[in-house]
Design a protein around this ligand. Structure first.
Ligand SMILES: [Zn+2]
Length: 111
Protein backbone atom coordinates (compact mmCIF):
# COMPACT_ATOMS: atom_id res chain seq x y z
CA UNK A 1 0.00 0.00 0.00
CA UNK A 2 1.07 3.57 -0.59
CA UNK A 3 1.37 5.36 2.73
CA UNK A 4 2.04 9.08 2.71
CA UNK A 5 5.56 8.36 3.86
CA UNK A 6 6.20 5.96 0.99
CA UNK A 7 4.71 8.37 -1.52
CA UNK A 8 6.97 11.16 -0.25
CA UNK A 9 9.97 8.86 -0.44
CA UNK A 10 9.00 7.82 -3.96
CA UNK A 11 8.82 11.45 -5.01
CA UNK A 12 12.20 12.14 -3.46
CA UNK A 13 13.93 9.13 -5.01
CA UNK A 14 12.27 9.74 -8.37
CA UNK A 15 13.42 13.33 -8.45
CA UNK A 16 16.94 12.32 -7.45
CA UNK A 17 17.04 10.37 -10.69
CA UNK A 18 16.93 6.77 -9.50
CA UNK A 19 15.47 4.20 -11.88
CA UNK A 20 12.00 2.84 -11.15
CA UNK A 21 13.39 -0.61 -10.34
CA UNK A 22 15.91 0.93 -7.93
CA UNK A 23 13.12 2.89 -6.23
CA UNK A 24 11.00 -0.26 -5.99
CA UNK A 25 13.89 -2.06 -4.32
CA UNK A 26 14.34 0.72 -1.76
CA UNK A 27 10.66 1.06 -0.94
CA UNK A 28 10.33 -2.70 -0.64
CA UNK A 29 7.33 -4.89 -1.42
CA UNK A 30 6.46 -2.86 -4.49
CA UNK A 31 6.98 -3.76 -8.13
CA UNK A 32 8.74 -1.56 -10.63
CA UNK A 33 5.45 -1.18 -12.50
CA UNK A 34 3.70 -0.07 -9.33
CA UNK A 35 6.36 2.61 -8.85
CA UNK A 36 5.89 3.86 -12.40
CA UNK A 37 2.10 3.81 -12.07
CA UNK A 38 2.18 5.70 -8.79
CA UNK A 39 4.68 8.25 -10.11
CA UNK A 40 2.39 8.83 -13.04
CA UNK A 41 -0.67 9.26 -10.79
CA UNK A 42 0.99 11.85 -8.56
CA UNK A 43 2.18 13.76 -11.60
CA UNK A 44 5.92 13.09 -11.56
CA UNK A 45 7.50 13.74 -14.92
CA UNK A 46 8.24 10.68 -16.99
CA UNK A 47 11.88 10.03 -17.53
CA UNK A 48 13.42 8.00 -20.33
CA UNK A 49 14.35 4.57 -19.08
CA UNK A 50 18.10 4.19 -18.64
CA UNK A 51 17.82 0.68 -20.05
CA UNK A 52 15.71 1.17 -23.13
CA UNK A 53 16.31 4.61 -24.65
CA UNK A 54 13.39 5.72 -26.73
CA UNK A 55 14.40 6.07 -30.38
CA UNK A 56 14.28 9.56 -31.80
CA UNK A 57 10.98 10.32 -33.45
CA UNK A 58 11.04 11.69 -36.98
CA UNK A 59 10.91 15.48 -36.85
CA UNK A 60 8.07 15.60 -39.33
CA UNK A 61 6.00 13.22 -41.37
CA UNK A 62 7.65 12.46 -44.68
CA UNK A 63 6.07 14.36 -47.54
CA UNK A 64 3.81 12.18 -49.62
CA UNK A 65 5.38 11.54 -53.00
CA UNK A 66 8.82 11.97 -51.47
CA UNK A 67 11.56 9.43 -51.55
CA UNK A 68 10.78 7.56 -48.37
CA UNK A 69 7.86 5.31 -47.54
CA UNK A 70 5.20 7.17 -45.56
CA UNK A 71 3.42 4.04 -44.34
CA UNK A 72 2.52 4.62 -40.68
CA UNK A 73 3.77 1.96 -38.28
CA UNK A 74 2.18 1.66 -34.87
CA UNK A 75 -0.40 3.83 -33.16
CA UNK A 76 -0.08 7.61 -33.81
CA UNK A 77 -0.82 8.22 -30.11
CA UNK A 78 2.12 6.10 -28.99
CA UNK A 79 5.72 7.13 -28.53
CA UNK A 80 7.03 4.41 -30.82
CA UNK A 81 4.87 5.53 -33.74
CA UNK A 82 6.91 6.10 -36.89
CA UNK A 83 6.82 5.93 -40.62
CA UNK A 84 8.30 3.04 -42.55
CA UNK A 85 11.02 5.18 -44.13
CA UNK A 86 12.14 2.63 -46.72
CA UNK A 87 12.85 3.82 -50.24
CA UNK A 88 9.51 4.55 -51.92
CA UNK A 89 8.53 3.24 -55.32
CA UNK A 90 8.85 6.05 -57.89
CA UNK A 91 5.62 8.03 -58.04
CA UNK A 92 4.17 6.26 -54.96
CA UNK A 93 4.13 7.32 -51.32
CA UNK A 94 5.12 3.82 -50.15
CA UNK A 95 7.88 1.26 -50.57
CA UNK A 96 7.15 -1.85 -52.66
CA UNK A 97 6.02 -3.89 -49.64
CA UNK A 98 3.59 -1.25 -48.41
CA UNK A 99 2.33 -0.46 -51.92
CA UNK A 100 1.30 -4.10 -52.12
CA UNK A 101 -0.45 -3.83 -48.75
CA UNK A 102 -2.18 -0.58 -49.66
CA UNK A 103 -3.63 -1.97 -52.86
CA UNK A 104 -4.62 -5.25 -51.28
CA UNK A 105 -6.50 -3.30 -48.59
CA UNK A 106 -8.23 -1.16 -51.19
CA UNK A 107 -9.38 -4.24 -53.10
CA UNK A 108 -10.77 -5.78 -49.95
CA UNK A 109 -12.55 -2.56 -48.96
CA UNK A 110 -14.14 -2.31 -52.39
CA UNK A 111 -15.44 -5.89 -52.26
ZN1 LIG B 1 7.17 0.87 -46.40
Amino acid sequence: MWTEEKTALLRQLWESGLSASEIAKRLGGISRNAVIGKAHRIGLAARPSPIRIRPELPAAAPVFGGRTCAWPIGDPGQADFRFCGDRAVAGRPYCAVHCAQAYRKRDRDAA
